[in-house]
Design a protein around this ligand. Structure first.
Ligand code: HEC
Length: 148
């Protein structure tokens, strides 16, 4: 067991993240006045719920700063924000929902995915506001990640 399965699963996942980049670029072309993660796109309540979810399902592999560990890359800091700059929140959320955690031991629903993304944004220094981050892909596709 093991080796063959692990390799094919990894290959599938790599293709999966890069396909999303193309999709995001197509959406970006159509955006008129882009809303970014700096525009208070999530609520305090979402981030608080997301924090609990993150602690339970993500924190054993991800921190928000520091180097890439054997378990997973940091979800904050310059490298992360540069990598995601200009991509949509939809891409980020979609990758998390379908790909994280990698072993599929936890499957987040749309609402939980928004909560986790809200917590990730908050942890990266973005401000919460009155409007909740939506769960539909069109709305998420029109919000862009922006480095600080
Ligand atoms: C068992 C370890 C593990 C767990 C648990 C885990 N991840 Fe990951 N995560 C990884 C690895 C390894 C990668 C890098 C490979 C990849 O992209 O598939 C990654 C990549 C990511 C990325 C892309 C990072 C980048 O630099 O672009 C995001 C976002 C992410 N994870 C979010 C989450 C969230 C949110 C959770 C909890 C719901 C979670 N992960 C749970 C191991 C994990």
């Amino acid at each position: 067991m093991g080796v063959g399965r692990t390799i094919s699963r990894d290959a599938g996942r790599t293709g999966f993240w890069s396909a999303l980049v193309v999709l995001g670029a197509a959406i970006a072309l159509h955006a008129q006045a882009p809303v970014t993660v700096k525009d208070k796109v999530f609520t305090k309540e979402q981030a608080a719920r997301g924090e609990k979810l993150f602690a339970r399902s993500c924190a054993k592999c991800h921190l928000f700063s520091g180097p890439i560990t054997k378990d997973g890359p940091p979800l904050g800091g310059d490298v992360f924000l540069t990598k995601w700059d200009g991509k949509s929140v939809y891409e980020l959320a979609f990758g998390i929902k379908l790909g994280m955690p990698p072993d599929g031991s936890v499957v987040l629903d749309d609402e939980q995915t928004s909560d986790v993304v809200a917590f990730m944004l908050k942890s990266n220094g973005f401000t919460e506001g009155e409007k909740a981050l939506k769960t539909d892909s069109t709305a998420r596709g029109l919000i862009f990640v922006k480095g600080k």
